[in-house]
Write a protein that binds this ligand. Sequence first.
Ligand code: ATP
Ligand code: MG
Length: 341
Amino acid sequence: MQPTLSVQNLSIEYQARRGRVQAIRNVSFDVDKGEALALIGESGSGKTTLGLGIVQLLPGTAKITQGTAVYHRNGKTFDTLKLKGKALREFRWKECAMVFQSALNSLNPVLRIADQFADTSKAHGYVQGRALEERARQLLAFVRLDPERVWKAFPHELSGGMRQRILIALGLLLEPQLLILDEPTTALDILTQRNIMDVLKELRQRLEFSLIFISHDLSLAAELADRVATVYAGKIVETADVVALFKEPTHPYTIGLINAVPTLRGAQEDLTSIPGSPPDLIELPTGCKFHPRCPLADARCQATEPELEEIKFGHQVACWNWQSAREALGKIKTGYVTRDA
Ligand SMILES: Nc1ncnc2c1ncn2[C@@H]1O[C@H](COP(=O)(O)OP(=O)(O)OP(=O)(O)O)[C@@H](O)[C@H]1O
Ligand SMILES: [Mg+2]
């Protein structure tokens, strides 16, 4: 079966005053039908850029320098990066919807929720009137909002968590096959975050869309994703099935991320953070971009950047020293993975 989305050798740069920011560097991955892929990485690693690239919403200073993003549905296949005009507009809502990181402010403040749904529907030639209201109310119930309460409300009358759920419902209105969620819970308090995660899990079971879930929070990825890709300095450095990634993390960066996650049971002293900070994407380090922060770095790591290699079926790592990494970097807490292993 063809994947819903297949990104191949994608590179994206920004033109900044200081020079070219290499935000995405030769990234390839597939998202299968119904699959949830989590993209995990520190701030500035390029996660949002990747999402914006796929839906062609990058700012004017950005340039896709190479690559393809081939989308597939019911026998139709096209490169989303080449879409223009009407085809692009249709792709954005009917095939692929993205809920942005700063989404809490992206509802139109002067429109009631009912009108936000009507506008979106109208702009894309989707159902109107009763049929629309029925569909919208069903989606609102799916995201655990009381349709009676929110239908006639203005955005400012609703809490951040409610607005976020409205945006998710709106994103699903035209029945897209692929949903991209960029840090959907970051601005929210912990209980609201919990609630949105539960909503997302339920929605996936009900509607069976594919999902790209962007987050810096590994524990959220563990809950929702089937597969995880860790992104460092614009490149995927490890990807595996979610259970394998938490049981057998292999790239020193992934191991560092996991060791930096607090657990309820773990003692505070057990927490280690990754030393140093992410690199300047204008003047990238030589060799492996993680080497200045990596306890295992040697001369080869300084000289040559490793490519992803398959170390087990479905588990790929870009590290010269992957064979010794897990042992060398020691204790890895996986206690918070909530799925059945
Ligand atoms: N418009 C822009 N012009 C120049 N550089 C940019 C622009 N937008 C982003 N960048 C740079 O590109 C890199 C990747 O940014 P991006 O927002 O994709 O990261 P991110 O992983 O989403 O981070 P965060 O977790 O903070 O959201 C960063 O170094 C950022 O500074
Ligand atoms: Mg981002």
